[in-house]
Design a protein around this ligand. Structure first.
Ligand code: ATP
Ligand code: MG
Length: 394
């Protein structure tokens, strides 16, 4: 097993070793490198105590990110690397954080505190892979499995339930049955996880390549973590997920399609504002009948805009509704530059202002004219539009 380390990570290991300490790259970067994926960042674990790490890199930029928990960030070649002292976590009384941590000189003990076997491997350029829990085999067999006894590990930290689901979804893995059973059994503990963390995990989880499969095996977890559960059309929604582009707004809309409380549910999840609005819009539109004529397609574009209209049709298709005709009409609408909004209407407020008694009625009149254009009752031309407006206001 050979992993190519970036020069800055190798340099950190070499420097710590030259000072008489042990050091390895560890965790997510080893998992991703073994899978042939590009690691997001390279973390290092070491036998050196935080103050010894700081002393080793006295001439570099070092940030004591979480020195109490053993982590300092070393910035080498402008690349930040988290260097964490081997540690053992103490007891957990809040279902989320260890009450204390203790440093240890043994890497095996550090790997044992990690959540999943695939995340509990370390690698050294000369010593090779340290894999005491069979992480490499689990990677080969595409399996997420707890290090140690699953129930105990989720009782310690409930966030691991969502992390496990997220890794399975993103990597396209299955969850080992005892791990899965403990996740569902302890789903109630998710109340100890902050909404921000739930959102971070959830937004990645729904975009994974096996999101539907993972979620359908984790209904109690969904119920505990997602506001508004149980939702309508859930089994179809799970199947629909994996057929959609990996965008949280679109995938969540499929999950919440037709659910009246969608907007509030997204607020409760503390989703970003843009996503709240998108999910609420798409979830409502996707539950409507598939548009099958040009006026209805144009009205869809009016309500949602071009891009979101495409997503609405994608969700309908993912729910196995036939939206092929609607797609053709949408393309035609685009190619022929058909007017679907006030900005492209051949007249503006200025042209009709004198026809209405109250200037506040201008907007409503324009919108009514736009509807008439979209319904092909009048061409989008100045003369006919003004004539129609006059007829209506006479
Ligand atoms: P990602 O690709 O999302 O960064 P990661 O595995 O690197 O995945 P991090 O949150 O960066 O995840 O954590 C780094 C490592 O720390 C993990 O691989 C795992 O070994 C350990 N770890 C992180 N969070 C936990 C946790 N809640 N419980 C136990 N170990 C954890
Ligand atoms: Mg990471």
């Amino acid at each position: 097993m050979k992993i190519e380390l970036p020069a800055y990570a190798a340099a950190i290991i070499n420097r710590l070793e030259a000072a008489g300490h042990e050091a390895y790259v560890v965790g997510g970067c080893v998992r991703d490198a073994v899978l042939g994926r590009t690691p997001k960042d390279w973390d290092v674990c070491t036998s050196a105590l935080p103050e010894q790490v700081i002393a080793c890199f006295a001439d570099e930029r070092v940030v004591p990110t979480g020195a109490a928990h053993g982590t300092v960030t070393v910035i080498l070649d402008k690349q930040p690397v988290e260097v964490t002292t081997y540690r053992v976590d103490g007891s957990y009384s809040d279902s989320r954080h260890p009450d204390s941590v203790r440093f240890t000189p043994r890497i095996q003990e550090d790997l044992a505190r990690r959540d999943f076997t695939v995340n509990a491997m370390a690698y050294h350029p000369r010593r090779g892979l340290v894999d005491p829990f069979g992480g490499r085999q689990d990677l080969k067999e595409c399996r997420i499995r707890c290090v140690g006894e699953p129930t105990k590990r989720f009782e310690e930290d409930a966030l691991r339930i969502l992390r496990g689901a997220r890794f399975a979804s993103v990597l396209g893995f299955v969850i080992d049955p005892p791990t899965l059973q403990a996740m569902n059994g302890l789903a109630g503990r998710l109340c100890h996880v902050s909404t921000e963390r739930i959102w971070t995990e959830w937004s990645q989880l729904v975009c994974g390549k096996r999101a539907g499969g993972v979620l359908s095996a984790l209904e109690p977890v969904c119920a505990a973590a997602l506001p508004g559960w149980p939702l309508p059309r859930v089994p179809q929604a799970f199947a629909a997920l994996d057929r959609l582009p990996p965008l949280p707004g679109v995938r969540l809309a499929a999950l919440y399609a037709g659910f009246a409380g969608t907007e509030q549910a997204m607020r409760d999840l503390r989703a970003p504002k843009k996503i709240i609005a998108q999910v609420a819009l798409l979830a409502a539109e996707a539950a409507m009948p598939v548009p099958d004529n040009m006026p209805d397609v144009r009205k869809l574009v009016f309500r949602c805009g071009r891009e979101n209209s495409e997503q609405v049709l994608a969700i309908m298709t993912a729910f196995e509704q036939n939206a092929q005709r609607a797609r053709q009409l949408l393309d035609e609408c685009q190619e022929n530059h058909l007017c679907c909004d006030l900005a492209n209407l051949a007249i503006s407020g200025r042209h009709v202002a004198r026809l209405v008694q109250d200037p506040q009625q201008t907007g409503a009149l324009l919108e009514k004219l736009l509807m008439a254009v979209m319904e092909e009752q009048v061409p989008n031309e100045k003369g006919p539009l003004i004539a129609l407006a006059k007829q209506w206001t006479a």
